[in-house]
Write a protein that binds this ligand. Structure first.
Ligand code: NDP
Length: 312
């Protein structure tokens, strides 16, 4: 197998990875960034980005990530397509080992993990049909497109309540589809949701399918109470928001990097330092709380600054 030595390896091509590449290349670390299976990251699943500073008229997420990429390349970062298939951070030979597509071994001095997180979906066929056409996993990103419209949010946790509250300030009507007879969210969030006149909570409802022509126009739900009471319900909606949790893309590193109970990589205080010296985590893979492009970019910047200090 071919082996290559790299000073600063960046894994992931969302805002965190590319920002790390911009800073690392300007610090002369000759970074190499691997894009992974979703070049541009989670942002590319949305239709328009309107809340990233510097784009007053909004921006197509592909254009934005292409700008990030060009900016990194301008200072010498090397962007490669390829997927990390295995790592060995035990530092047995003093280096951090990373395998790409099972056919290249990289010996790195520093690694920035910016592999992001993936929103969970229900697994319905129609979810895929309408992805970006009424189906979204981020109210903060896409809610604005549903002003004065009717939307549904799926989930009963803090994220679902937060998204429902956010959407209730923009939309005419919000349905909260909860599979259990109660919310799992914190008391205060539950209270706020229940007090909002334009939020209707549909307890013990599950989504069967989304309906519509070229975009979401409705959802068929099933209401189930016990074994006997079961009926189908249809709601007319313009948007369908998933808020049933995220999965941080950290499984590959779990033998070496400490994570919380949900798999988010733990970092040292406000820094991107992980428990392995020379390995830094940036963006959503280490952030269960904010999950925004701008906060991911900021943590990518921090990771590159720390990597530079470490390599010195
Ligand atoms: P959670 O895991 O807390 O909640 C997920 C919700 O989605 C649950 O109600 C769950 O139902 C439901 N769900 C899961 N799978 C399905 C499915 N297939 N069909 C229907 N419903 C489903 O995730 P969150 O993202 O809400 O929160 C993650 C963590 O982040 C939590 O610890 C939360 O407290 C925290 N958080 C804190 C915030 C804050 O403090 N402001 C804001 C947002 C999150 P069920 O209950 O039946 O399992």
């Amino acid at each position: 197998m071919k082996t290559e030595h790299i000073r600063c390896l960046i894994i992931g091509s969302g805002p965190a990875g590319y920002t790390a590449a911009i800073y690392a290349s300007r610090s002369n670390l000759q970074p190499v960034l691997y894009e992974g299976i979703q070049p541009g990251g989670q942002l590319t699943t949305t239709t328009e980005v309107e809340n990233f500073p510097g784009y007053p008229d909004g921006v197509n997420p592909f254009d934005m990530m292409s700008d990030f990429r060009r900016q990194a390349e301008r200072f010498g970062a090397e962007i490669r397509s390829g997927e990390v298939t295995k790592v060995d951070f035990s530092r047995q030979d003093g280096v951090l080992k990373v395998w790409i597509d099972n056919d290249l071994q990289i010996d790195a001095d520093a690694v920035i993990v910016a592999t992001g997180a993936s929103a969970k979906y229900l697994g319905l066929e129609t979810e895929q049909t309408y992805k970006g056409k009424g189906v979204s996993a981020c109210a903060t990103c896409d809610g604005f497109f549903y002003r004065k419209k009717t939307v549904a949010v799926v989930g009963g946790g803090d994220t679902a309540c937060e998204e429902a509250l956010y959407l209730s300030s923009l939309c005419k009507q919000v349905y909260l589809i909860v599979r259990k007879p109660f919310l799992r969210a914190s008391e205060i969030m539950q209270q706020r949701v229940k007090e909002k006149e334009n939020i209707t909570i549909l307890f013990e409802h599950n989504t069967l399918r989304l309906t519509g022509n070229d975009k979401v126009e409705g959802a068929d739900l099933v209401y189930r109470k016990g074994e006997k009471d079961e009926r189908q319900v249809h709601i007319d909606i313009d948007g369908f928001f998933l808020a049933i949790g995220h999965t941080p893309n950290s499984a590959l590193f779990s033998d070496y990097l400490k994570t919380d109970s949900q798999g988010y990589i733990l970092t040292d205080g406000d820094t991107p330092k992980t428990n392995v010296e020379g390995v830094f985590a940036a963006g959503d893979v280490a952030d269960p709380r904010y999950r925004q492009a701008i906060t991911a970019a900021a943590s990518g910047c921090k990771a590159a600054i720390e990597a530079e200090k470490y390599l010195q």
